[in-house]
Design a protein. Sequence first.
Lengths: 389, 292
Amino acid sequence: MQKRTVLLSATAFAVIAATTNTWAQAQPKLKVGFMLPATGTFASLGTAIDNGFRLYVAEQGGKIAGREVEYVRVDDESDPSKATDNVNKLIKRDNVDVIVGTVHSGVAMAMAKAAKESGTLLIVPNAGAAAVTGPMCAPNIFRSSFSNWQPGYAMGEVAAKKGHKKIVTITWKYAAGDEAVKGFKDGFEKSGGAVVKELSLPFPNVEFQALLTEIAATKPDAVFTFFAGGGAVKFVKDYSAAGLKKTIPLYGSGFLTDGTLEAQGADADGLLTTLHYADNLPNKRDQSFRLAYAKTYKLQPDVYAVQGYDAGQMLGIGLNATKGDAKNIQGFAQAVRAAKIDSPRGTFTISKSHNPVQDIYLRKVVGKENVMDSIASKALADPGLGCKM
Amino acid sequence: MDFATFLIQCLNAVQYGLLLFLVASGLTLIFGIMGVINLAHGSFYMIGAYMAYALAPVVGAAFGGEFFSTMVAGLVLSVILGYVLEWAFFSYLYEREHLQQVLMTYGLILVFEELRSLLVGDDVHGVTVPEFLNGTLPLNDVMTYPVYRLFISGVCLLLAVAMWFVFTRTRLGMMIRAGTNNREMVQSLGIDITFLYRVVFAIGVALAVFAGMIAAPVSSVYPNMGNAVLIICFVVVVIGGIGSIKGALVAALLIGIVDTFGKVLVPQAAGVLVYVLMALILLWRPNGLFKD
C-alpha cells in the first residue's frame, strides 16, 4: 500500500517535473506576418509564396530555431495607398517578429520604409524594385527574389553574344519596366551595340498596335521587352499577329512567359527569356522541392513558390545564428550574408545590399514550359546603387 | 515617319477608335440616355470576355459551331442579366442622387470581381480567334494585319449605323428619347416607361457584354480588365456629349487618333493626352461635341 503511494506520487512528481521542464524550455512562438495579395490580379502569386514559405517551415517540423511558427496574414490587395496602414497593423497591432511581403513593388516600397523606421525584419519574396536593395536598403531588409535589373542585364549580354547591333525596347512606363530596360542597356551596350529606340506606354495600357507599327518602321535586329500578366499575353499575341515574330526576334524578361503560356498558346513558341528559375533545372534540390510541393498542395510550383520557400530558408539561417532572437539584427544579417543558400533555383548568396547574387538562366518556350537553355549570366549581382549601410 | 507608316498608323487609329465606340456604346445608353452613372459598365465588359472564354467549350459541345453560337448564348444571357439587374437594383436609382448611384454600382463591381475570382480563378486566359477569321493581310515587307481586327471594325461600323437608325428612325427610339426628356409625360401618354427602361438597360448591358466577347480574342482575358476600359468609356461619352450616339462615335475616333499618334510622337505624355483632349473640348463645348 505504502509502496504504491510512493510509486504513484513519484510518477506524479515526474510528470509534473517533465511538463514544467518543457514549459521552461519552450520559447515564445515566432510570429510571422504575411503581407501578401490574397485578392486582385496578383492573388495567385501571393498564394504560391505563402505555400512555398510554409513548405519550408513544415520541413523543419513546424519550428524555426526551436520556436514554433505562428502566422498572421494581411491582404495587401496590391494597393500602395493602403500599404502603410496594412504594414503598421502587422508591426504595431500584431507585434510580429518578421514580415514577409510582397508582390507589388509600390506596396513593397511602403513596407521597406516602415520596416526601416521600426527595425522589424522584412523579407521581400518578389517585388523587384531597385530601391528596396538600393537607396531604401537597411540591415533588417532582405530580398529572396531578384531585382528587375538582373534578368534585363543577363538578356542584354545574350543579345550582344548573338551579334545583334541595333535593338528597340518596349515596356510599360513604370519602375519595373524602366529598371528592366536599364539592365538590358547596361548588359547590351557595353559590347558595342546600341538601343536605338526606347518605346513605352502608360501602365497598364494594352493597346500596342501603334508601337508595333513603329517597331516595323524602325526594323531593328531584335526587340527587348518587359511585360507581365495580361499585358504579356496580349503583347506576345499582338507581336505574332502583326507578323513581326517571323522577322524580328523578341527577347524578354522572364515574366513575359511565366504563368502566361496557357493563354499565349502557339504565339509564344520559341521565345527566349531570362530569369532566375526555369521549368526543368538539372539539379536534385529542385526536383525534390517540386515533388514535395506537388504532394503537399496538389499544384505545380512556380518561381513565386521558390521565392517564398527561400524567404523561409533565409529566415531559418538568420534565426539559427541568433538562437531564435529576431531582435538581433546584427547577428541575423551577418549569418545571412555569409550563407550559401541551397535554393531550388541553384545555390545563391546575398549581396552587401541584401539582394540575391544568383545565376540567371536563358529559357526557351517549348510547348507549355520555359525550358532551361543555358546559364545567361553566372552569379550576377545587382549593382545596388544608392545603398548606404 | 514615311507615308506608308503614316497610313498604317491611321488604320490603327481608326481601328482602335471603333473598338472604343463598341465598348462605350452600352454606356452611352445607360449613362447618356437613362442618366444613371453606371460604374459597373466595365464589369459587364469583363463578364463578356470571360463568357467568350468559359462558355465556348460548353456551348460548342451542346450546339456546335463555337464562335457564333457562343455569341448568341452570351447575348441571351446578358439580356436576362441586364433585365434582372434593372428590376432588382437600377430601377430604384433613377430618382436618387448621383452619389448613391456611384455607391451601388461600385458595390456591383466588387461583387462581380469576387464572383469572377470564385468561378473562373485569377489566371490569365487566351481566347482563340475563330478559324475562318484567323488570317493576316500583308501591309508591307515586315508587317501584317490580322483579319480579325478588320472584322471587329466592320462589326463596330454596322452597330453604329444600327444604333443610329433605331434611335432616330423608329418608334422605339422615339419613345426612348421622349422618356429621357420627360418621364412622366411619356407615362401619361400610355407608354409603359418602366418596361421600356428595363429593355433599354438590358440592351445596354448586352452591348457591353458583346464588346467584351468580340474583343476577347485580341485583348485576352484577365482579372480587373473591366476597370481598365471603364474610364476611357466615360471619356468617350463625355466628349461626345451625353446621350449622343453620333457624338460617341466621333469622340471614339478622335481618341483613337490622339492615342495612337500620341504614343508614337510624344510618348512621355501619352498617358495624359486623352484627358488633355477631353479638357480642351469641354472648355470649348462644356456639354460635349454633340449635345443639343
